[in-house]
Design a protein around this ligand. Structure first.
Ligand code: SDX
Length: 427
């Protein structure tokens, strides 16, 4: 094994270098503090690996993304969301029997407890669905307190299936609640994505036609969002899960992390930005200039990425799907034209070129969600629904690691040195 040599003052420390299956290398500092008394610091973890993982590989320079070794474009073209969920969680594509019982099992767990439904009544009409989702997913655990021990394999399995099965039901119910329509129950005759669309858009007064093109588009979007190695929300799920809090609690925390506009909340921000650009009539060139202005907090939502310094492969697939799906649905969306113009202008601008800022997964996804009839404030919920199997797979991989430790980063203290208590009230 190769080593790194660290020289501090007059001492030298040998640190092992580990190599992954894709030839990525890391300096293993697990013994650094014990040997040298020093820790490392890396705000935002730009250079720090939190774990080894066998689930997802991405190469930001080459724009590569693979789930369990399979390139994302092949899965997007050939697979379905529940099949990809199985792949991520169990490490292999299911055969016919395995897929059949997986889908049947998920179908059997789609209903939520009637008392849990009553929680929806406590939210104001304008409640953001991500607030509802994190609350409801955390609350779901109260119905399964006898079967959510993370260290019990059977409990892990049933929690995984309940979460995957009930998430779409809760998401659709939160939408129905926000528009004052009755909740539509899951139908066991429908597959995962068709069931979700039915719960979202059917009404008791008439039948809802489930368009297979829409179901195909939803499968594609959920597959593309399914996992992305150690992003902010996945790292949150791992950190919360490392304390042996139950899976519902860890996923609830992941939903909150994803909500942020710098993370999954960007897909909602992109649509709002495109709408504002359309309403303002401002030329796209001016928008790009504003995004570069250090005195403004405005950034081009859907642009830039911590890891991708090339095109986000998901954005490429979604951009192509925008044209296909909108044409098939006979939709002409002016926001798509603005998005394309914005992308073209930004990619020609030295500021974006120098910083390797490209459209990411969130830049075009909202155009498709909008075409499917999904409201803007539900876009990040759709991201969470897609990411759920990835969060679960990463949590399971961590929990099943016999060397798992509770996550507890170090710090360097920069506050006041020792001082005494002086009662400020007497001054
Ligand atoms: C997701 O990690 C993942 O894998 C996430 C994700 C997943 O699947 O889980 O891929 C999903 O979260 C995608 C990202 C969605 N967020 C957005 O689209 C929000 C807009 N983008 C930025 O906020 C930003 O690009 C981040 C947060 C995505 C990444 O930020 P970094 O890596 O911390 O980089 P940075 O903020 O330090 O930016 C580097 C430079 C800065 O300029 P300088 O200080 O060098 O002059 O680039 C500039 C930034 O100001 N910059 C932008 C910009 N993004 C970065 N300038 C204008 N518009 C932007 N969008």
């Amino acid at each position: 094994m190769s080593e790194a040599l660290l020289k501090i003052a007059d001492k030298e420390y040998k640190l092992p270098i580990i190599e992954g299956s894709e030839k990525e290398k890391a300096v293993d500092i697990t013994k650094l503090r014990a040997q040298s008394g020093l820790v490392t610091i890396d705000s935002g973890y730009l250079n720090t690996g939190a774990c080894t993982s066998a689930i997802t590989f991405l190469d930001g320079e080459l724009g590569i993304l693979r789930y369990r070794g399979i390139p994302i474009d092949q899965l997007a073209e050939k697979s379905t969301f529940t099949e990809v969920a199985y792949l991520l969680i169990y490490g292999k594509l299911p055969n016919n029997t395995e897929l059949g019982s997986w889908n049947e099992n998920l179908t059997k767990h789609t209903l939520i407890h009637e008392d849990l439904k009553r929680l929806f009544g406590g939210f104001p009409k304008e409640a953001h669905p991500m607030a509802i989702m994190s609350c409801m997913i955390g609350s779901l655990s109260t119905y399964y307190q006898d079967s959510y021990d993370p260290e019990n394999p059977e409990h892990r399995e049933i929690s995984i299936r309940r979460l995957l099965a009930k998430f779409p039901t809760i998401a659709a119910f939160s939408f129905k609640k926000s528009i004052g329509q009755p909740a539509i129950h899951p139908k066991n005759s429908l597959d995962y994505c068709a069931n979700f669309m039915n719960m979202m858009f059917s009404v008791p007064a008439e039948d809802y036609h489930i368009d297979p093109e829409i179901v195909k588009a939803l499968n594609l979007l959920l597959i593309l969002h399914a996992d992305h190695e150690q992003n902010c929300s996945t790292s949150t799920v791992r950190l919360v899960g490392s304390s042996l809090a139950n899976l519902y609690a860890a996923i609830s925390a992941g939903i909150c992390a994803l909500w942020g506009p710098r993370h999954g909340g960007a897909n909602q921000e992109v649509l709002e930005m495109l709408n504002e650009i359309k309403a303002s009539g401002k030329p796209v060139k001016q928008i790009v200039e504003e995004a570069k202005d250090k005195n403004s907090t405005f950034r081009l939502s859907g642009f830039g990425h911590r890891v991708y310094k090339n095109f986000d492969p998901r954005a490429k697939i979604i951009k192509k799907a925008c044209d296909t799906i909108l044409t098939k649905m006979g939709i002409k969306d002016p926001l798509l034209d603005i998005a394309k113009e914005l992308e073209e202008a930004a990619l020609k601008d030295q500021y974006f070129v120098d910083r390797k800022l490209y459209p990411n997964v969130d830049f075009y996804s909202g155009i498709i969600y909008r075409a499917l009839g999904i409201p803007v404030n539900m876009f990040t919920v759709m991201f969470a629904m897609g990411r759920l199997p990835g969060w679960i797979a990463q949590w399971k991989e961590m929990i099943e690691d016999p060397n798992m430790k509770i996550g507890r980063p170090r710090q360097i203290y920069t506050g006041p040195t020792e001082t005494s208590y002086e009662d400020a009230k007497k001054k």
